[in-house]
Design a protein around this ligand. Structure first.
Ligand code: SF4
Ligand code: FES
Length: 246
């Protein structure tokens, strides 16, 4: 027999001065292979057309459907209701600006993080349109590909205790971005430039090792390995700096 699922969903329209934060309850009959995205679409179609939540790809690619599911950040499109109890609480991801109900603005957060960490390839040569494309080894390409699997869903940021209390911390997604460019042999930043980006409490030293980021990443990125890689690089660069000074 199909379960009746009871949803408690956070509601707030920040654009409406009369709107107060509260939760609404909805009931949905579970169907085989129902995802949270399908349940929410059904609620919006049949019970409340004003319910706000984001989605685009429905297949864990666009990163837009992150939300707190019973207190844990997850993608609505890849969470099966069969993995959850009958009673499901949905809240928007913290840290990000609330657009309304379950919809948050992850885009602005990721844009400012990319600008602060200068998340693009820094070449020191003048641009030459006739130059051959740069080559890289298969191992380098694979390592970059692994980091580039991030879909910028914001789940790791929302799960991070530090990012929740410090808006200037680049968090696991930001550290992963930095590592992606450090691994890229076309990026010509030297160790002192990397040190500048990484070595404050907005960067790697802001991480206090709570490890929630890796637990919640829907793409299973090895975020703790990335943190360890960045700490090693930083340590090695300081060691080399000290030896050169003496
Ligand atoms: Fe989402 Fe994982 Fe990227 Fe964090 S690292 S934004 S959890 S895909
Ligand atoms: Fe694109 Fe869920 S709808 S990741």
């Amino acid at each position: 027999m199909s379960r009746r699922l009871e949803f408690e969903i956070f509601r707030l329209n920040p654009e409406d001065p009369e709107s107060e934060p509260h939760t609404d309850r909805f009931e949905v009959t579970e169907t085989p292979y129902m995802t949270l995205y399908l349940a929410l679409s059904q609620i919006r179609e049949e019970q409340d057309p004003g319910l706000q939540f984001d989605f685009a790809c429905r297949s864990a690619i666009c990163g837009s459907c992150g939300m707190l599911v019973n207190g844990r950040p997850a993608l609505a499109c890849r969470t099966l209701t069969s993995q959850l109890p009958d009673s499901i609480r949905l809240y928007p991801l913290p840290v990000f600006r609330l657009v309304g109900d379950l919809s948050v603005d992850t885009g602005s957060w990721f844009r400012q993080m990319a600008e602060r960490t200068e998340a693009w390839v820094h070449q020191k040569l003048p641009f030459d349109a006739s130059a051959e494309e740069s080559r890289m080894s298969d191992d380098d390409a694979q390592a970059i590909y692994d980091s580039d699997r991030c879909i910028e869903c914001g789940c790791c940021v929302a799960a991070c205790g530090v990012a929740n209390i410090r808006s200037d911390f680049v968090a696991a997604a930001g550290l992963n971005r930095i590592a992606r460019f450090m691994l890229d042999p076309r990026d010509r930043r030297d160790e002192s430039e990397w040190f500048e980006v990484l070595s404050s409490d907005q960067g790697i030293f802001g991480c206090i090792g709570l490890m929630a980021c890796e637990d919640v990443c829907p793409k299973q990125l090895p975020l703790l390995e990335v943190h360890a890689y960045l700490r090693r690089r930083l340590f090695a660069s300081r060691l080399v700096g000290k030896q050169t000074d003496t």
